[in-house]
Design a protein around this ligand. Structure first.
Ligand code: MN
Length: 298
């Protein structure tokens, strides 16, 4: 009664590919980003994640006019902003506002529609300084795309930080769990999101559910997965769905973002800030935005 699909030993989750930024552009005048996907034509390989923009690190000179991106809409997904350096201020049409600095995360559920702005925080802009951040878009399943918008400010102090064995580094659980430590973010589908610092010559063993898409983005440093391939600064390691064991080893002191999630097996229709399932829904989104149904900033 041996079924080949039932394998007793935990298999390794191997590397599918390593990708460099596929495009570089400015978001507004405040966020110089390198895009990892979708610019690399990654779609089903990275589901439920939709977009990864790596902003900076870049120094901005002092100004009385904070740089950033003005009023714009989103529908159909969540935006997750992780700040490493600098301070970002947010305001949206659902009445939420927040300021996030180093170590903080903003988890915004656009869902049925939101209008927001994202700027360098006033005092940060006034002094000048380095901005270093990531914005990740997380898709919503069809059943939740038209849910009410939401907003979670997740401060550094709310994020469990686990010191890894043998002084290997530190892992912060933003979403999902690691060794029984639960992250504070509420997601609509199963997701693990870790901020990982790994010291040169050290390793960490990650155990992700089989059938999850797992992505490891290297902000800085040099690291390999399962002893096979090395990635460098601003490179994205995409793992295969099969298997669960991932060994990350740092060749240099490294800063990494580990993203893992259950794929959403539904069609994707995208147009700029809207991500739905069909073209008709995109047209509806444009109409609803133009009709003011996603609100305005007061
Ligand atoms: Mn936005």
């Amino acid at each position: 009664m041996n079924r080949h699909a039932t394998i007793a030993t935990a298999a390794t989750k191997d590397v599918l590919g390593i990708y460099q930024p596929g495009s570089t552009h400015m978001v507004g005048d405040g966020f110089p980003v390198r895009n990892l996907f979708p610019s690399n034509d990654l779609d089903r390989e990275v589901s439920p994640f939709l977009m990864l923009d790596y902003a900076g690190p870049q120094y901005f000179s002092a100004t009385d006019h904070p740089r950033g991106v003005g009023e714009h809409p989103h529908r159909g997904f969540e935006t997750v902003t992780i700040v490493y350096q600098g301070v970002v201020a947010h305001r949206d049409s659902a009445g939420n506002a927040g300021v996030i600095g180093p170590g903080d995360v903003q988890w915004m559920t656009a869902a049925s529609g939101i209008v927001h702005e994202e700027f360098h925080e006033k005092e940060f802009a006034k002094k000048g300084g380095t901005l270093h951040a990531i914005q990740l878009w997380v898709n919503l399943p069809k059943a939740s795309k038209m849910s009410a918008p939401g907003y979670q400010t997740i401060l550094n102090a709310d994020i469990p930080a686990i010191d890894l064995d043998g002084g290997a580094g530190r892992l912060r659980v933003i979403a999902g769990s690691f060794l029984g430590n639960k992250g504070p973010a509420h997601a609509f589908t199963p997701i693990q999101l870790y901020d990982l610092q790994l010291k040169a010559g050290h390793r960490v063993q990650l155990n992700m559910p089989s059938r999850h898409n797992t992505l490891i983005f290297l902000l800085q440093g040099r690291a390999s997965v399962n002893g096979l391939r090395e990635a460098g600064e601003a490179e994205l390691i995409v793992c295969k769905r099969d298997g669960s064991q991932i060994t990350v080893e740092a060749q240099e002191d490294s800063q990494l973002l580990v993203m893992s999630g259950e794929p959403i097996e539904e069609p994707i229709a995208r147009c700029g800030p809207f991500v739905m399932n069909t073209r008709e829904e995109l047209i509806q989104a444009v109409h609803d935005y133009q009709a003011g149904k996603m609100g305005h900033l007061s």
